[in-house]
Design a protein around this ligand. Structure first.
Ligand code: FRU
Length: 475
């Protein structure tokens, strides 16, 4: 298929059912599908949206273009779960194509209000001349998972002085009032987060102020701003596109970063004593992380494992990208820790005692102090994902150079991080073509995709203690 603009934005009703059936057939023969990570049923998945707890269940939506592995006319596809681990895909729920979202139901968030779930999202609207007019729109989901759109935009247009890059509303409630954070690109090509306020979710929504969390220049555009409170402190997780390397050093095409505040001023919308900006993940593919301050008190996140403007080898199988495990955040000594939620223990099966491992497995790695060691995941074709650990200086290096079909090689095939001197413990979650490496209790995380041609996995190691456990294959 040649993915022209016309085809990408073809109304859904003009696609034949056969297109989905053809992709499903390709996927049925896939070598690269995942066993316990959220993945699109067909086509492309990007940002997580509307992560919430409502009506006794966890809800999550994915940005989806179902007709091919490309960015096109996006919908929100609905997932629910009882345990944050086993997810049921109910198919597209928030469909594009109305006046207020003609060219895509772009990213946004959700909040329960009385007995309904309120969705706020960006309606991507383009005129005949293909000029973009972003709208911030609303919709209700009832307890039967039936959706009703609000046909008039909640916010009609960008604030004066800003461009048409104005999207990804995050809704928050504080002291009986609603707030909304929106990513924006100013006409002088700087990235900002704008704050709107309303007494009721349906509006009227008024511009309040800019979120103040740094004095540095945050690139030309901020996508997917997410404010979360972790152990009482504010953390902004966001995607500052085009941020200078001397402000944040990063290797991926676009970074997903965070800043921690000592406190938060709700009057001024200001971070008190903001930290330096850091990468949320030191790996290859994390972007557009969405947060949830859950009613059980936990600060949760889920990340898109996939990057904008990047092709992935699974495109030839008619699908692209996946999500991370749901992670829980903590702060320790003003540093952010991320660990998979404890419910992931539901996935644990038998211990593995052979060097051959199942494509779904968890490998726990221990390295004593003053040592260095290595762990490799290899296939029968000699492809190798290599992890080097050094306890004398705290360095960890992950090398995907020889893991099979290449991804984004222009951005390098090696990633490194540092956890400081001392013994190292790490948990490697492998799921066929995605891995998540949580180091020293989640002080650092390295996430990435690999696309081996081989289909059997073996673990090889030097100078480390290993424990290997088979994990459940859900999908
Ligand atoms: C980030 C993003 C968002 C936008 C969505 C569209 O990956 O570009 O800014 O809302 O994807 O699918």
């Amino acid at each position: 298929t040649e993915w022209t603009t016309k085809l990408r934005y073809l109304p859904y009703k003009d696609w034949s059912d056969q297109q989905i059936i053809d992709i499903e057939q390709k996927i049925a023969n896939s070598h690269w599908r995942l066993g316990y990570h959220i993945q699109p049923s067909t086509g492309l998945l990007n940002d997580p949206n509307g992560f919430s707890y409502f009506n006794g269940q966890w809800h999550l939506f994915y940005q989806s273009f179902p007709y091919g592995p490309v960015h096109g006319l996006k919908n929100w596809t609905h997932l629910t779960s009882d345990d944050l681990v086993h997810w049921k895909d109910h198919g597209p729920l928030l469909l594009p194509g109305d006046k207020q979202d003609s060219h895509g139901a772009y990213s946004g968030s959700a909040i329960p209000v009385d007995d309904k779930l309120f969705l706020i999202y960006t309606g991507n609207v383009r005129d005949k001349a293909w000029v973009r007019h972003p709208k911030q729109d609303g919709a209700w989901v009832d307890t039967e998972n039936k959706l009703t759109k609000i046909s008039t935009p909640l916010i009609e247009e960008p604030k004066a002085g800003f461009t048409d890059h104005f999207r990804d509303p995050q809704i928050l409630k504080h002291d009986g009032k609603y707030y909304c954070l929106i990513g924006a690109r100013k006409k002088d090509d700087t990235g900002h987060v704008l704050v709107y306020q309303a007494d009721s979710v349906t509006g009227p929504w008024q511009y309040k102020t800019e979120l103040k969390f740094t004095d540095q220049k945050m690139g030309y555009m901020i996508e997917c701003p997410n404010l979360v409170f972790v152990d009482g402190q504010p953390v902004l997780i966001f995607c500052p596109q085009g941020i200078a390397q001397d402000v944040l050093s990063y290797k991926n095409i676009y970074p997903n970063a965070y800043i921690i505040g000592k406190g938060f001023d709700w009057e001024k919308f200001e971070f008190i004593e903001p930290s330096e900006i850091k990468n949320l993940d030191d790996g290859f593919d994390v972007y557009a992380t969405e947060v949830l301050n859950a009613p059980d008190g936990r600060a949760l996140t889920v990340s898109w494992i996939g990057l904008p403007d990047t092709n992935y080898p699974s495109d030839i199988e008619g699908w692209a990208n996946c999500y991370s495990l749901v992670k829980e955040l903590h702060l320790e000594d003003n540093e952010l820790y991320q660990i998979p939620v404890v419910e992931n223990n539901h996935l644990m099966r038998n211990e593995i005692t052979t060097s051959e491992i199942t494509p779904q497995s968890k490998i726990s790695i221990n390295l004593d102090e003053n040592q260095s060691g290595q762990v490799s995941v290899k296939t029968e074709l000699g492809e190798e994902l290599q992890i080097q650990l050094n306890a004398t200086n705290g360095n960890i290096l992950v090398d995907r150079t020889n893991t099979g079909v290449a991804v984004a090689v222009d951005h390098g095939t090696i990633r490194e991080t540092n956890v400081g001197q001392g013994k190292i413990t790490a948990e490697l979650y492998l799921d066929n073509t995605v891995f998540e490496l949580y180091i020293n209790g989640g002080k650092k995380v390295i996430t990435g995709r690999i696309f081996p041609k081989g289909q059997q996995f073996f673990v090889d190691s030097k100078n480390v203690q290993l424990q290997k456990v088979q994990l459940e294959k859900i999908y």
